[in-house]
Design a protein around this ligand. Structure first.
Ligand code: SF4
Ligand code: SF4
Ligand code: SF4
Length: 406
């Protein structure tokens, strides 16, 4: 009997060099960066690609991550693309995404990424004086110019990267400046990534600060009124206003649709759950066997438990109780708790709803501005409508699997 392909996407986060990186960002979660780490062998790579493409998913996505994945070099990526061509099944639409610090982008790599339609996201924290606060080289130099050089090369080869911008304690006061810098540089897709990490307290921000930051970004974006700019963190709010759901990692209970694979082939649900849930090794199992492991079943059970607070919440369809590693129960991090930023997230939703309603309703400032803002809000709404329609194979969303990671 002919097997049906699932229309859902399935995303593999591949870490070919593990946590190895050429930079030494001060808030980095990925430690150690040492060159002594194992890098992925060709054999492991082949197993990952072959076993992923054997699954009945129409839209498999490889999300290349690190550390800094480009450290593995051009040949590895070239071999990976040949393997994908070899094992890809008819009708499968394979997508590749990469999260990079952009400092090691070469013309050769950019050409390859362009040829294979990579979706590229670069890590950039803002203008030089803000970026350099944390994102430094091994010699503690600001990595800004190297990053901008990498972005220039990508653009020379026709790749328009999106941006992941990390927000830490020191960069918190610069929400407006960072946003305006990023749009002045022509970035159209921006994802902010807050540092919430109890082990790096000096860099961490509180949930109030985080949502305060997002509010500032929202008002700056609103002021600019350009709907071609997408702020991924705000799309969830707009999706809620439209009574839709959105596949953001940390929003819509999508953790069960992807796995992370390290250089040795070890499989985990996510970098953050590495300690708790180990599924096995790709060299010794089929990828579909992951679903039958006791670890997966245990994770699924706990993940799908909906706490009473969320059961009747109007935001549940879009929030889904947030990222499990940021849930709290009885004052402690616990996967079966409630999303730690629940109240702030709700507040942001209500605030943006209020603004949108006032624009689309009556009594909004002056007539000329009403027209402009109306057009902006309508365009934003139609963008999110379109995205949520295409959600099943929206590979950009899979990038959010990587939120906070770089
Ligand atoms: S945050 Fe990313 S780019 Fe910076 S040191 Fe860590 S892995 Fe490297
Ligand atoms: S970061 Fe959180 S929401 Fe995203 S995959 Fe990991 S555990 Fe799931
Ligand atoms: S975490 Fe809060 S906002 Fe999210 S679904 Fe639960 S109650 Fe609603």
């Amino acid at each position: 009997m002919k097997r049906q392909m699932s229309e859902h996407w399935f995303s593999i986060q591949l870490k070919p060099v593990g946590n190895m990186c050429n930079l030494r960002c001060k808030y980095c979660y990925a430690r150690p960066h040492t060159s002594a780490e194992v890098i992925m062998s060709y054999d492991v790579l082949e197993q990952v690609i072959k076993k992923t493409l054997q699954q009945d998913y129409l839209y498999p996505t490889f999300s290349w991550h690190g550390g800094e994945p480009t450290l593995i070099g051009y040949d590895f990526f070239y071999q990976a693309m040949l393997l994908i061509e070899k094992y890809k099944r008819p009708n499968q639409v394979v997508r590749n995404l990469i999260q990079t610090n952009a400092t090691r982008i070469t013309p050769q790599l950019a050409e390859l990424f362009k040829k294979y339609n990579f979706i590229v996201s670069v890590s950039l924290d803002g203008p030089e004086h803000i970026h350099g606060i944390n994102r430094v080289t091994g010699e503690s130099n600001n990595s800004f110019s190297q990053v901008m050089d990498g972005i220039k090369i990508l653009r020379q080869y026709g790749i328009e990267p999106s941006v992941i911008c990390t927000v830490s304690r020191e960069t918190l006061p610069f929400a407006a400046e960072v946003f305006n810098f990023l749009i002045s540089q022509g970035f159209k897709k921006i994802k902010y990534s807050p540092v919430f990490d109890s082990t790096r307290d000096e860099f961490s921000i509180t949930s109030d600060e985080w949502f305060g930051y997002l509010k500032t970004v929202f008002y700056e974006w609103f002021k600019v009124g350009d709907a071609t700019i997408q702020i991924l963190d705000l799309n969830e709010v707009i999706a809620w206003l439209l009574k839709r759901s959105i596949n953001l990692c940390s929003c819509n209970r999508t953790c069960l649709h992807w796995v992370s694979i390290d250089p040795k082939g070890e499989i985990y649900p996510c970098e953050y759950l590495r300690e708790q849930y180990y599924y096995g090794n790709i060299t010794q199992m089929e990828l579909r066997d992951v679903y039958y492991t006791s670890s997966y079943q245990e994770f699924k059970k706990i993940y799908e438990t909906v706490p009473p607070k969320c059961q009747h919440c109007e935001f549940f369809k879009v929030c889904g109780n947030g990222c499990p590693v940021t849930r709290v129960r009885d004052g402690k991090i616990s996967l079966d708790g409630v999303y730690a930023f629940c109240e702030q997230r709700r507040e942001l939703f209500y605030e943006i709803e209020k603004v949108f309603k006032s624009v689309l309703g009556e009594n909004y400032i002056e007539e000329k501005e009403i027209k402009e803002k109306e057009a902006f809000v309508h365009a934003v709404i139609s963008n999110v409508e379109e995205e949520t329609e295409n959600m099943k194979h929206d590979d950009w969303r899979a990038l959010l699997h990587n939120w906070k990671k770089c």
